[in-house]
Ligand binder design. Structure first.
Ligand SMILES: [Zn+2]
Length: 177
């Protein structure tokens, strides 16, 4: 994959390209305590997730099944992500190849995180939020960001338009598993 890094990066930064990808795309919604903004969390993705295109209604992307199976035991279905430092109204993290490069399972996971009273089942707090200066250094060391984030609601369109800026501000990035 190293040779394709530039291409992969541009794909991450281009929501239209992500939307155009016809590979299986799953959706999972979690709730996290408000104080977790900016923290690294681990999420056990269910063995079956809704199709992110049709949200369960059935479409060509999911073979009319409305969802996708995620193979493996819970440890194989674990993703580790840093939540955005701002989670007002909820965020959507697009995780590319959430379960590795072997082509098994879904190609994109849309992980929707909403701030609430408690963490959903399967969601574990791992690392505290880092100061911005520190996170910038950390980001520079990462070869291939796999996660793009956007804010919901009224700010969604603006967030999409400035997704590169959002990434530069370290709204979210994948943490190596
Ligand atoms: Zn579908």
């Amino acid at each position: 994959m190293n040779g394709a890094m530039g291409e992969a990066l541009s794909r991450v930064l281009d929501p239209a390209a992500l939307d155009a990808c016809d590979k299986p795309r799953g959706r999972h919604v979690i709730e996290v305590p408000r104080g977790w903004a900016g923290a690294v969390i681990e999420v056990v993705i269910p063995a079956r997730v809704a199709c992110a295109r049709c949200d369960g209604g059935g479409c060509d992307g999911c073979g009319r099944r409305g969802g996708h199976r995620v193979p493996g035991d819970p440890t194989a279905r674990l993703v580790r992500v840093r939540l955005p430092s701002e989670m007002e109204g909820g965020v959507m993290l697009r995780i590319l190849r959430p379960f590795g490069e072997d082509g098994v399972g879904i190609a994109q996971l849309h992980l929707e995180a909403r701030a609430g009273a408690a963490a959903s089942t399967g969601v574990t707090w791992c690392e505290a939020a880092v100061p911005e200066e520190e996170s910038r250094i950390e980001r520079a060391e990462r070869a291939e960001p796999r996660v793009a984030a956007s804010l919901f609601g009224a700010r969604k369109a603006a967030a999409y338009a400035t997704i590169a800026v959002a990434l530069a501000a370290l709204v979210a990035f994948a943490v190596g598993r």
